[in-house]
Write a protein that binds this ligand. Sequence first.
Ligand SMILES: [Zn+2]
Length: 146
Amino acid sequence: MKQTYYRICSNCGNQNAADANFCLKCGTTLSAADEYALIPHAADQTFPLFDLELTPDEVAQTKNFRITEDRDIPAGYRSAGLMFAESDVAPRAGAKAAWEDLMKHVYALLLAKGYDGVARVSIQPEPMQPSQLCLYGEALIVDTQH
Ligand SMILES: [Zn+2]
């Protein structure tokens, strides 16, 4: 299973290599505490769903979510078009809060639209608001036309 780790700078939100001890952009000291699996396979990780207030049906749906940076559409899925999500936290909340809020919005969007995941994921700081993160990707739905 492909998993990509980064150390996200708590000061500026820059995505640094997983072994970086300092932020390449602003020089802030980094440690293992700043490490995130940026491209998680949703089935492989626990996710704080507590404040999404999901129905049992929605909880069941999240178990099938695929979230991947792979360029290929996963087998059994097809593209449903481009999707975009962004975090919305106070600028002082830090990169971790932005990351968690972004993931919350991604899950909420997938559930609201009836998508089953997202591929070709790219996560980056908002150009105009570097304290926020945004995600671009291709929405997936399970391909039932086999
Ligand atoms: Zn930094």
